[in-house]
Design a protein around this ligand. Structure first.
Ligand SMILES: NC(=O)C1=CN([C@@H]2O[C@H](COP(=O)(O)OP(=O)(O)OC[C@H]3O[C@@H](n4cnc5c(N)ncnc54)[C@H](OP(=O)(O)O)[C@@H]3O)[C@@H](O)[C@H]2O)C=CC1
Ligand SMILES: CC(=O)N[C@@H](CCC(=O)OP(=O)(O)O)C(=O)O
Length: 342
């Protein structure tokens, strides 16, 4: 018998992607799948691509429905998973794809989310220094946000190596699936097609403190992030372009060496060959992050770019990668780096 996993929020985009990854994983057995307003419907109506699960019925999201599993993946809106976490025992591995347990600072939570802080769980980004060992010994995982995954992977090698000033500027483009499946007027096809638009500008996006938290931890000093998200006319993918002033004396070979050392042996992060720049299309459906870095000598700035699939490495693939570690399984089990193209 396999490792029994429940998925809460299985009718949504993140929940659907978790199910897609779990369906191809050799050790997991899919147990209860739950929804909110769509409870009672067949999964096949909401996730028509998940053929082998089409006849499952979506249960209402309750603690009773989620008990009796080895692992529960939460793919619920922010603020919802906290209520269930306390009701499920330590024998169950809880993996939260929402933001509820990502931040360590309750004041940062209150200021960006405006509700009570649920707590802090180990952060599910194994590539960050020291994080893999923490994840091997936990029964609670806070899966990083999709933008923060891309930004941490683009910038941490420079900050960890002490070659960048602790002041990072990020402009990132996301596909519309990052905004979830619930209908919103700005996500209508006619609004999104043929246009790229900025939103959440001026230091107000809720992923800002999460990016600062990861980057400050690796830098060993406070790092500020100025983050501008943009919405791109595609369904999946994030391309994060990050810059920071180079420390005096930095050379291009030294910068590349810092990135090559950080990602040597990493199964899911690839520093691309020099001259090749990441594109979201190279990552679709894969648990990959593709990274490239350059030194802009004229401006004295480091420019690092990362591409991910927001739903795979940015959510469900990252969640399963960390769950593999917590369950004592090979980290790469059930996960692919082979994308889908065109
Ligand atoms: N989309 C992405 O790229 C990423 C998403 N995440 C996070 O994953 C979580 C889910 O996001 P996403 O899948 O995009 O959102 P969706 O809107 O696509 O899905 C939300 C899911 O939660 C269910 N739900 C909504 N309200 C409730 C409720 N009150 N009680 C129980 N279930 C409820 C919905 O059910 P129903 O539709 O039946 O009402 C649906 O299954 C969020 O926390 C999000 O921030 C994290 C990283 C990236
Ligand atoms: C395009 C878009 O709207 N993206 C979402 C972020 C994606 C997401 O789901 O946020 P978490 O990773 O924190 O769960 C946003 O900007 O709020």
């Amino acid at each position: 018998m396999g490792i029994r996993a429940a998925v809460a929020g299985a009718s949504g985009y993140a929940g659907g992607e978790i199910l897609r990854v779990l369906a191809g994983h050799p050790e997991f057995e899919i147990g209860t799948v739950t929804a909110g307003s769509n409870a009672g419907r067949r999964l096949g109506e909401l996730q028509p691509h998940l053929r082998s699960l089409a006849d499952r019925t979506l249960a209402p999201t309750t603690p009773e429905a989620l008990t009796g599993h080895d692992v529960v993946f939460f793919a619920l809106p922010h603020g919802e998973s906290g209520a269930y976490a306390g009701l499920l025992g330590d024998e169950t591995l809880l993996v939260d794809c929402g933001a509820d347990f990502r931040l360590a600072d309750p004041a940062a939570w209150a200021s960006f989310y405006g509700s009570e802080h649920a707590g802090t769980w180990p952060y599910g980004l194994p590539e960050l220094p020291g994080q893999r060992d923490l994840l091997r010994r936990t029964d609670r995982i806070a899966v990083p946000g999709c933008y923060p995954t891309s930004v941490a992977l683009a910038m941490f090698p420079a900050l960890a190596a002490g070659v960048a000033e602790p002041d990072v500027v990020v402009v990132a483009a996301s596909g519309t699936s990052g905004a979830g499946k619930a209908p919103k007027p700005h996500l209508l096809g006619s609004e999104v097609m043929g246009s790229v638009s900025a939103y959440g500008v001026g230091g107000v996006h809720r992923h800002t403190p999460e990016m600062e938290q990861s980057l400050s931890a690796v830098a060993g000093e406070p790092v500020t992030v100025s983050f501008t998200p943009t919405l791109a006319p595609m369904s999946r993918g994030i391309l994060a372009t990050c810059t920071a002033k180079a420390r005096p004396g930095l050379t291009a070979p030294r910068l590349r060496e810092a990135y090559a050392a950080a990602y040597d042996g990493e199964p899911f992060v690839e520093l691309l060959p020099e001259g090749t720049w990441p594109a979201t299309a190279m990552t679709l459906g894969a648990n990959s992050a593709l990274v490239q870095v350059a030194l802009d000598e004229r401006a004295g700035r480091i420019v690092a770019v990362a591409a991910i699939d927001n739903l795979t490495k940015g959510t469900a693939g990252g969640a399963v990668q960390s769950a593999n570690l917590a369950l004592g399984l090979p980290e790469t089990l059930g996960l692919t780096t082979i994308g889908v193209a065109p």
